[in-house]
Design a protein around this ligand. Structure first.
Ligand code: SF4
Length: 175
């Protein structure tokens, strides 16, 4: 077993979705070693080998794993968060146990889709970036004709986690 224990250290309402919660948790063990194996086996994982960190989604919830810490946004409540943590712990330990059967992947797997970018934008269509909608902005962001910094809303505290994901995604696109 690689990861023996997870302890939630911080919980607050999810700023982008107040009906849900965001949290941080401490990991009892360094999970860096298993990240390339998770990247190889989990669809839609976003892996940054240099950091290192890996971002996964479980339905609408978004989880980022660091060597000794994890964050989760959009969990329904504490019970839901613990169920996702149990799932993650099993994923980490099962992948670690099977690592000799898995070819590790150190690179990001594929280019994000424009709709993936759109899903992490504020989606309020305020037009302050100069585009008619967040979807139009996402399409231009995908093709390198727009920049994240033009969406000022993203740089507010409310969208802090979403900005981090978008920074990872646009980095994966090479921008
Ligand atoms: S500024 Fe941001 S929130 Fe407003 S329309 Fe553009 S992308 Fe959407």
């Amino acid at each position: 077993m690689l990861l023996k224990n997870v302890e939630i250290t911080y919980i607050s309402p999810c700023l982008a979705d107040p009906g849900k919660i965001r949290l941080k948790a401490a990991l009892s063990d360094d999970i860096s070693e298993v990240m390339p194996y998770i990247n190889a086996t989990v669809k839609n994982a976003i892996y940054n080998h240099d950091a290192p960190n890996i971002t996964l989604s479980k339905e609408f919830r978004l989880i980022t794993l660091y060597p000794r810490e994890m964050t989760m946004i959009k969990a329904l409540n504490t019970t839901d968060a613990w169920q996702v943590i149990d799932w993650l712990q099993e994923l980490i330990n099962d992948t670690y146990n099977r690592r000799e059967e898995i070819e590790p992947a150190y690179q990001r797997k594929r280019r994000p889709h424009p709709l993936q970018l759109y899903s992490w934008l504020p989606r309020v269509n305020c037009k302050k970036c100069g585009e008619q909608s967040c979807l139009a902005f996402a399409v231009l962001l995908f093709s390198g004709q727009q920049e994240l910094k033009r969406c000022k809303l993203l740089f507010s505290e409310k969208y802090r986690e979403q900005l981090q994901v978008l920074l990872e995604l646009t980095q994966a696109l090479g921008y």
